[in-house]
Design a protein around this ligand. Sequence first.
Ligand SMILES: [Zn+2]
Ligand SMILES: [Zn+2]
Length: 259
Amino acid sequence: MARYKNPTEFFLIVNAVLKSLIIFLYPTQCRYCEENLDPADGHYICKSCWQTVEFIARPYCETCGCPRSQTIALPDKIASCNKCPDSARFRKARSVAGYDSVVGAGLRLLKYSGKTVMAKPLADLMIKAMPMLFGMEDYDYIVPVPLHKKRRRERGYNQVELIGRRLSSTTNIPMKTRSLIKTVHTPPQVGLSYEKRQRDVKGHFDLSDPLEHAGKRILLIDDVLTTGATANESARVLLQKGKAKYVDVFTLLRVLQKL
Ligand SMILES: [Zn+2]
Ligand SMILES: [Zn+2]
């Protein structure tokens, strides 16, 4: 120990050696790049992969938030586009990143592999992006898109609620988790056409207490925005039945369609 300038230096070295030994004996790989994962950097996905997240930025459609090609000369702001849902009920929709990214990998761990610990880094991305996309003072409530009670029972949790809990406590915008309800159980929508999806969600949501939304400014949150049909139908119910003042949509991911 005499070789070390002070005991702290000695313990730092011991700590580093032990850490390397743990990684050597029990290697865990990043689920995205497959490099060895340093447990100190978090769970399942490595620090350098998280650093590759590309946040969606303008130019995008001001209504549905769909990114537009930067190679074509475009006005600074595009009011609407051909990807906007038919008669958009929400005021605007925005997303943090594209689905084909490390964020998509993180969400799949949370959603399909029971890794609830992933809610934290995913929520942190929404917390980071939110001031760039929304006015922080513009909302009375956060409302997560619900799961049907059967799906919720199977999974044990609603992943959007887990993310929303952290978003809510950091932004101080209260979250209402029991008001918007999904009344119809539907199979996963992967692979269905846009028209089929629009039809599929019509009438699938309801409000348990419509009175609590009257005049309220609502930030509806979801994990993925694909066609916008679910967000649009949820917004329709909150506005028509709940008499909300307006509904904006914030999703973690967006399936980017070729334009
Ligand atoms: Zn990685
Ligand atoms: Zn649009």
